[in-house]
Every structure is written in structure tokens, then in C-alpha cells.
Design a protein. Sequence first.
Length: 187
Amino acid sequence: MTATTGLTIEGCVIVSAEGNLADADRLMPDALKFPGDQAFFAAALDRADLIVHGRNSFEDQPNSPLRRRLIVTRQVAGLAPDPSNPKAVLWNPAGASFEDACIRAGVSSGTVAIIGGPDVFALFFDRYDTFFLSQAPHARLPGGEPCFPGVPERTPEQILSAHGLCPADRQILDADHDVSVTTWRRG
């Protein structure tokens, strides 16, 4: 739990063999969609009190409209209501703190789920309590969008490790496709 906010910060992403979370068009292709991972992801979001993502990331699930969220964007100076979603706040980290954004979203305790994209994940590298890294080692997305800044020069695991996270356990989500999730915890 972060000392300054009383919130637990969790990250969640699935990546291809190259460490990409999207294709060259910045869209999540079917090649990264597996029922086991999608169920794991939905459960993580269902237990979250706040979702944080960029304008190109979203979860498109039945419970999506019910979730409070921060949408990271440079289109506002600091904080603004999202005109298309009453449960969302537009947040520019250059103009407002994360703590202020959480207060504006009406969340002062509980779990915050960070779901991307790369620059949004990077905002929280030193604040994650837990990061769920799902991997689809047979999925190929050449020229795709890396999950974190610094990939492919370094692997996602090397980046998480460099920010003080350690692999704690691994779970198979789809045995037929070798899809797994590794839970990384602050060490």
C-alpha cells in the first residue's frame, strides 16, 4: 500500500513474445486474447476501486461502465470531467498529482488497477505494490507497441526488477498456448 495515498497499486498487462501489448496500429489483436487471461483480467478489475489507463487503453467488458476511472491525457491542463463518462476523470499528470486525481475520482482507499499503455505503466513503476505480467510466448506482434518504455532493449521482467519488483508466483492461464501470469511484488 502506498504511504501517501492509502491505496494499493496493481498493474496488469498481457504481452506477446516480443513484449508488445498491441499491434503496429496500437490495437490489441485477437492474437493476445485468451479466455483464461481475459477472466483473470476481469477479476482483477472487478476487485479494483479505480482503473487508470491512457486514451487508447480500455477493457470493454460488461462491468466497464460501472467502474471509476482516470483517463491519462494531455488534452486537459490538470483534471476535468470526462464528457462521455460520468464515472471517469481526465487526468494530465503534468498538471495534477495522482493523489489529487484520486480525490477527484472519489477514491481515497482500496485498489487502483493500472492497465496501460506504456507511458501510463511507467508513471507507476516505483509505486506498484503488485504487477501481474501475463505472457503469451507464441503470440508474435512484430513492429507492435511495447508494454513499457525501454522494451525491447530490455525485457519486461528486467524493467520490473529494476524498479524493485520480484517475481512471486506463476500461474498457467491457458495450457494449450503456454499463456501464464507471473505476480511481481514489491521486494
